[in-house]
Write a protein that binds this ligand. Structure first.
Ligand code: AMP
Ligand code: MG
Length: 480
């Protein structure tokens, strides 16, 4: 690995050095060799992956550390949080010369563990491992993981579960909550911290007249783009608290996430989210809310002579959110539909399709595949309102008639995944892994690596269909 340590150059108030506490009887779960190669792991490091991914081996050049941050959870100020069960164990250069954090999740308690045990269970580690991999393969900015290990040591949740560790990778672990912590507990650090964030994560802003305002615009835009990607693919993060969103707009901290199956905009995958604050359709609004908290925390940096102007400029950044989100979301939806973006009726036609999916409770992912394959009769057969479906198809074909259909079809194929990580798929892999059989993790890992490509030899029927309409949903709790 080519180490590029930098977080440890920040003021020491911002982290605590902490060694991982290995679990007893660590054993291999799964290793992402492609990612290890991208991260320029040597052969020796690849051979030692189980030790690295279980906290037994750390690196002399970097003392593992837990970051401190704060956050708003479910809309309420939660005070100091921090890495309670994860450690930054290295920062390395990938093959594109980008700095990537290696973060070991489940590595034991830290000064920020509060009442937690610092551990992660195999169930949540597998869900995070597969989801990060799936989003990366879908081209959506997200953390990923080099590998995970399971162990003989039990971890108590509602029941005793196998403990596990995940070696997560991300271009950034600096969360909106970092800025909240600094303002609350060490405001004297704010200016230097923000300037360092800009240098690391938005260096192009340093060339602007007002780097901080330019940085704020960049974070708003990147977040809006990530949310548009989530909405288009049907991903619901589940816990969009300010401590779970980072400044590069890449998906972080998978917990009770889910991929939408039957199209229900108010779908809540997180069974602990009783109000539905983070349901699928609320995600753009919640991202906007979180960004307003972040921007508020940049306010103290206003130059004393231009306080009001600076404030107005920060407020203006928020307006970027809706514009950027809609631009990307409309673009994605037109691509998924196989409709030209320039046509004035294309997006309305996409919304018309979504309305049918909602009314008829159809599977989001497979309905787009059917549209792509022009299986109109099969789609119609699943509808109760068939006249309504005919009206949609007439409008859809009218828009496509005079277009370059071959090109539109090709783009559809690049934007409609066949395979997403359905809760039940993850559940099957977890149940097998809890009996020490990681073959289903492996199968799903391979399937989700090329989600746009049909893989008839690898796929199971349940990968491409939603649970029966009256089957009870897999309950996903916050405990992990
Ligand atoms: P999350 O909702 O998973 O993003 O976690 C919120 C906060 O709780 C973060 O600061 C986590 O580090 C911390 N946390 C979650 N689970 C544990 C655990 N088992 N032990 C210690 N800290 C935890
Ligand atoms: Mg978190």
């Amino acid at each position: 690995m080519l180490f590029q340590s930098r977080y440890n150059t920040l003021d020491s108030k911002l982290y605590s050095q902490q060694q991982p506490k290995p679990l007893h009887g660590a054993k291999a779960g799964h290793f992402n060799l492609t990612l290890a190669n991208d991260l320029q792991w040597s052969d020796a490091e690849k051979t030692a992956w189980v030790d690295i991914c279980s906290g037994k081996q750390t690196f002399d050049v970097f003392s593992p550390l837990a970051m401190v941050y704060a956050g708003h959870q479910f809309g309420h100020w939660a005070g100091q949080l921090g890495d309670g069960r994860g450690l930054l164990i290295a920062q390395v250069l990938d093959k594109n010369n980008q700095v990537i954090d290696l973060h070991l999740k489940g590595a034991g308690s830290t000064p920020y563990s509060r009442s937690g045990d610092g551990r992660a269970v195999l169930r949540s580690v597998i869900r995070e491992y597969l989801a990060g991999h799936a989003l990366n393969a879908l081209g959506i900015a997200s953390s990923n993981a080099v590998g995970f290990t399971s162990s003989l040591q039990g971890v108590q949740r509602e029941t005793l579960e196998p403990g596990a560790m995940l070696l997560r990778t991300s271009d950034c672990h600096i969360r909106f909550g970092h800025f909240e912590w600094i303002n609350q507990y060490a405001p004297e650090l704010l200016n230097d911290f923000v300037m360092q964030c800009i240098a690391w994560h938005s260096p192009e802003c340093l060339e602007q007249d007002q780097p901080i305002i330019a940085f704020a615009h960049a974070v708003v835009k990147r977040t809006a783009q990530m949310i548009a990607d989530w909405q288009a693919v049907g991903f619901a993060h589940g816990v969009m608290n300010t401590d779970n969103l980072n400044i590069t707009g890449s998906t972080l901290d998978f917990g009770p996430f889910g991929f939408l199956e039957r199209f229900k905009p108010d779908w809540i995958n997180n069974h602990s989210d009783h109000q539905g604050r983070y349901c699928y359709q609320n995600q753009p609004r919640m991202a906007h809310w979180n960004l307003s908290i972040l921007l508020n925390n940049l306010m103290p940096l206003a130059p004393s002579t231009q306080k009001e102007a600076f404030k107005q400029q920060l407020i203006a950044c928020l307006a970027d959110f809706e514009v950027t989100f809609l631009k990307y979301y409309q673009e994605k939806m037109c691509l998924k539909m196989g409709l030209p973006q320039f046509h004035k009726d294309s997006f309305d036609c996409a919304l018309h399709f979504l309305h049918i999916l909602q009314r008829e409770q159809l599977d989001y992912t497979q309905s787009f595949i059917r549209l792509q394959e022009q299986q109109f009769t099969a789609l119609k057969d699943d509808c109760i309102d068939r006249d309504g479906f005919d009206a949609f198809i007439t409008c859809y074909q009218n828009i496509r008639t005079h277009q370059d259909q071959a090109q539109l079809n090709e783009r559809m194929q690049q934007h409609n995944p066949r395979y997403i990580l359905r809760n039940q798929m993850a559940q099957q892999a977890i149940e097998r892994a809890e009996c020490d059989d990681f073959s289903e993790v492996e199968r799903l890992f391979d399937l989700l690596a090329t989600p746009f490509t049909p893989q008839p030899q690898r796929e199971h029927a349940s990968d491409v269909q939603p649970p029966h309409a009256d089957a009870s949903e897999t309950a996903i709790s916050c405990s992990s």
